[in-house]
Design a protein around this ligand. Structure first.
Ligand code: MN
Length: 327
């Protein structure tokens, strides 16, 4: 539980033979991209490392093209590890059942992430909230390991950068991000193909679900919000879990300073997604509700029922959208 630098992380990895790498549940492009990219970077360090790649949930169809995606397992074998590494997860609960710290003994747990709300749950915590993606940190890690970036690594790593920045549109896209992207393209990653495959993918059933949710759209002050009920999900025959990215669509309304989607999930839970315009911050609210994220994109899961959650959370959002909160 101390802040660390990447040379320390590289030092631990260099002497680790059996490495367990885990990304977060409900994986996005950065989770899968950093998991696979890390695997390729370790492979470039020589044959002395055997990396087991774990994602707790199925790989979304739009990321199946990533090199190595077929090698990802959903649950690790019960064996001893020399190092365990978490990628893109701000909270150990986001790693799901595959993360079993009670079994790790003296094995170092490395926490590599870019969420400002990271709980620093590892023995080695490298959390860079200025990084636009965890894959950007994996590129820095490759440099610390003096590992060359292979073409498959570059494809996976650029995918995380593209998806987390919404194709280089977010406020954290710096010259350094563009330099990293340029480097990954030079290493053989095709930006246009990655953007096409990873971003232009919206199942028709998700569009139908959006249609139902958009029919019940609300504007309260500067907050644009709606909800997705189990009944809507059944009516739309939705295949995707969650809101399918609807909350990111709502924030494009000029009226919106914050957008929110409340989604009825299984087990009486409600998932809440938040987006904010630059200058507004939803990460602290998400953290206070047991979740986490970034200033402009965050989320949490709370106990239902839906109506009670909306009644409790909507006033909290109002207080965040005033000019006095603008940074
Ligand atoms: Mn990320």
């Amino acid at each position: 539980m101390h802040p660390t630098d990447l040379n320390e992380v590289a030092h631990v990895l260099r002497r680790s033979r059996r490495v367990l790498a885990i990304c977060h549940v409900a994986p996005d492009g950065d989770a899968i991209g950093s998991l696979l990219g890390f695997g390729w970077v370790m492979a470039a360090c020589g044959p002395g490392h055997v990396v087991t790649l774990i994602c707790p949930d199925p790989i979304p169809a739009q990321f199946a093209f990533l090199p190595g995606a077929a090698e990802i397992l959903s649950d690790p074998p019960r064996q001893a590890w020399d190092a365990v590494i978490s990628l893109d997860a701000s909270d150990p609960r986001r790693l799901g059942k595959p993360f079993r710290p009670a079994e790790y003994g003296d094995t170092p747990v490395i926490n590599l992430d870019h969420h400002v709300t990271n709980l620093n749950f590892g023995h080695l915590n490298y959390v860079d909230a200025r990084a636009a993606s965890t894959t950007q940190i994996v590129v820095d890690l490759a440099d610390a390991l003096a590992a060359p970036i292979s073409q498959p690594a570059a494809i996976c790593l650029l995918t995380g950068l593209v998806t987390d920045t919404l194709s280089f549109r977010t406020s954290n896209v710096t010259l350094q991000v563009m330099d990293t992207a340029r480097r990954l393209m030079a290493a053989g990653a095709n930006l246009a193909e990655i953007a096409e495959r990873a971003m232009n993918h919206k199942p028709l059933s998700t569009m139908r679900l959006w249609g139902l949710a958009l029919a019940d759209l609300h504007l309260d002050g500067h907050v644009v919000w709606t909800h997705i009920t189990q009944a809507m999900r059944e009516a739309a025959h939705a295949t995707e879990s969650g809101d399918g990215g609807l909350v990111g669509y709502l924030i494009t309304a000029p009226e919106a300073r914050i957008s929110t989607v409340f989604t009825e999930a299984g087990g009486g839970k409600v998932e809440i997604g938040f987006r904010a315009r630059p200058g507004y911050d939803v990460s602290e609210l998400a953290l206070s509700l047991g979740g986490g994220g970034h200033p402009q994109a965050a989320g949490c899961t709370v106990d239902g029922p839906l109506a009670a959650v909306e009644q409790r959370v909507l006033p909290l959002l109002q207080s965040l959208t005033g000019p006095e909160n603008k940074r």
